[in-house]
Design a protein around this ligand. Structure first.
Ligand code: GLY
Length: 608
């Protein structure tokens, strides 16, 4: 049964949450091993009412933001597929089930951990700027940024990488035939599914943009031009045909043939920049992940063109020496330290980060303990204003909408992947006859140095547009290991908030030792240097904490983070999955408790 987001449910959830907090306070008073639970400040659901959002398993764990997508992944594992087969099936299913967040016209990143070799592979299938794109693409002749051009319509779209990425990974590591991994998504697109609250909300919010393009209108709006509402059936027959073509022909079914022809005809008609050379020349990159440590843990995350991994390591490096354990997660001093570290990492992002296939980036320096030590000596007693982080600082020694899923098996093989078309329904453009949305990832470039993108994130010339370049991203599929073995794997949608949400959940779980569900459900806050705001999700900090932070100089604002963290922890011989209770995902585990095992069940999945 799924959670319903009715006011009654909220009231019930609130009561259950308060009851849990009360139990936790009493438990803590009697020496319960759950430290700080009473302090996390976010009403959590009681055990047993977390249906769908939390699961335990021995054989495998799947957490995605879509019910049908989690089931598609499970179908692969039940057929004897491995975590990559499951990830490929989930990716294509999410492209159908969450067309507001991801899709064939988008891109993404994936981390794969193989237990036998201990190897972690970072796969980059980020979109690229078309070859005809120029640095001033979104500026008028006077050098002013033209509002909306990088977010709406055909020019907002970068060359899609998702199909190439998923098929490359599946071709290298998958065990099941391509047809099998695409089958659930084809079924889902053809038969349709009931529109769920978040999709209904996104359709309503973007109805006007979708109305501008006939194929978008035909795909996502009803005959009378109104958006589908919650509970109504959304079928995507054009998308089903595209998926079938990919199942038959592989990448040639997308980057060549009738799908490519349809995409290119539309580019010509609407004066877009993507050409056949762009499609045929798209390349998936297999990269080495960014590495760091936090106390006894190894942090493994996404390298450039994601800023996520570098910023996460920098934030954790800056916090390692702070007495957070003594203070607890909700002390104003803790929040100040964490916010200052977040602020620093975003200021460094703006100055240094860009696609390192095009520009030099001091990655080793930014992620080094030496840099963090040098910065820590300057960590301020009060909040810093943005310009205080602009000038000199110790040089590093060297020199919308998105979705995430995590899948793990009993042997320690893990896939963690974040995929996106950027904003809700990306550019709003749907390719006629092919049924998929084109991304608006060009907005992740710096339209002009110092100008914020749709997430309010500022970047410099390092992230300027250039032909074939990949825009800087915040997507950060992350793995935490101890003694070489996975402990935690996680990721989230929500643009720049992704990085800070992952940092908070990692701190809650690793440092404050909250149980995984509470670590994910705990109150979230965010600081990205510019704008000069310390965001906190409603209901906000406790009044005395907010007052203490304001006295330190922070401008505290209440705002949803948008993060929907999808996390899997390895706890002894069981896998613990949590799909963020703020969203509509589904955690699916197998074989826990052991008594529930079906003696007739299939043989365990063999290790790779
Ligand atoms: N499009 C959001 C990101 O890549 O960060």
């Amino acid at each position: 049964m799924r959670l319903k987001r009715s006011p009654g449910w909220r009231a019930l959830a609130g009561m259950a949450g308060r009851a849990l907090v009360l139990v936790a306070v009493l438990a803590a008073a009697f020496g319960c091993s759950v430290p700080f639970l009473r302090e996390v400040g976010y009403a959590t659901l009681a055990q047993g009412e977390r249906n769908g959002h939390e699961a335990f398993g021995r054989d495998y764990m799947i957490v995605t933001q879509g019910e049908a997508s989690s089931r598609a992944a499970r179908e692969m594992l039940e057929r004897g597929g491995n975590v990559v087969d499951a990830a490929a099936a989930a990716s294509f299913a999410l492209a159908v089930e969450r067309p507001q967040s991801t899709g064939l016209g988008g891109g993404g990143f994936m981390l794969i951990h193989w237990a036998t070799s201990g190897e972690v592979i970072a796969v980059d299938f980020r979109e690229t700027a078309p070859r005809r794109a120029t640095e001033a693409l979104f500026q008028d002749p006077a050098g002013r940024v033209i509002p909306g051009l990088s977010t709406e319509g055909i020019r907002a779209a970068a060359v899609p990488g998702l199909v190439a990425g998923i098929l490359a990974v599946h071709g290298r590591y998958g065990k099941l035939p391509r047809r099998d991994v695409l089958a659930p998504s084809i079924r889902l697109a053809r038969r349709g599914f009931r529109v769920y609250p978040h999709l209904a909300q996104a359709l309503l919010a973007r109805a006007q943009a979708l109305r501008r393009f006939p194929a978008a209108r035909a795909t996502f709006l009803k005959a009378d031009g109104t958006p589908y509402r919650e509970g109504e059936l959304l079928r995507q027959p054009d998308l089903a045909r595209t998926l079938e073509t990919i199942a038959e022909r592989g990448t040639a079914g997308f980057y060549a043939g009738w799908v490519a022809d349809a995409l290119l005809a539309q580019q010509r008609e609407l004066n877009g920049l993507i050409t056949r050379d762009d499609l045929e020349g798209y390349q998936v990159r297999f990269r080495a992940p960014v590495l760091g440590t936090y106390r006894d843990y190894q942090i493994v995350s996404m390298p450039l063109p994601s800023a996520g991994g570098i910023q996460l390591v920098e934030i954790l490096n800056l916090l390692e020496a702070q007495p957070l354990g003594r203070l607890g997660p909700s002390a104003a001093e803790t929040i100040h330290s964490v916010a200052a570290a977040m602020q620093q990492s975003f200021a460094d992002r703006a100055r240094y980060l860009g696609d390192d296939d095009f520009v030099r980036v001091p990655v080793a320096g930014l992620t080094s303990k030496a840099y963090a030590r040098a910065l820590s000596q300057r960590l301020p007693a009060r909040a810093r204003k943005p310009w205080e982080l602009e000038g000199d600082r110790p040089l590093p020694p060297e020199g919308g909408e998105t979705t995430h899923f995590t899948i793990a098996d009993r042997w320690g093989n893990v896939v963690s992947s974040t995929q996106t078309i950027n904003g809700w329904f990306g550019s709003g453009v749907v390719v006629p006859g092919a049924g998929f949305v084109l991304n608006n990832e060009m907005d992740d470039f710096s339209a002009k140095p110092g100008m914020p993108n749709k997430f309010g994130v500022v970047s410099d010339r390092q992230n300027a547009i250039a032909p074939g370049k990949r825009p800087l991203s915040s997507m950060a599929p992350t793995l935490v290991r101890k003694n070489g073995r996975p402990v935690l794997a996680l990721g989230s949608p929500a643009g720049s908030r992704i990085i800070t949400c992952i940092a908070l959940v990692a701190l809650n779980y690793l440092q404050f030792q909250l149980p995984l569900y509470e670590a994910v459900a705990a109150l979230r806050y965010h600081h990205q240097w510019r704008p000069d705001e310390l965001e906190v999700e409603p209901p906000g900090f406790a009044p005395e904490t907010a007052r203490a932070l304001e006295a330190l100089g922070y401008r505290v604002v209440n705002r949803d983070s948008g993060c929907k963290v999808q996390a899997v922890a390895v706890e002894g011989d069981r896998l613990h999955g949590v799909s963020d209770p703020r969203g509509e995902g589904l955690a699916l585990g197998e074989d826990w408790p052991p008594l529930a095992r079906d003696p007739r069940r299939r043989a365990p999945i063999p290790p790779d």
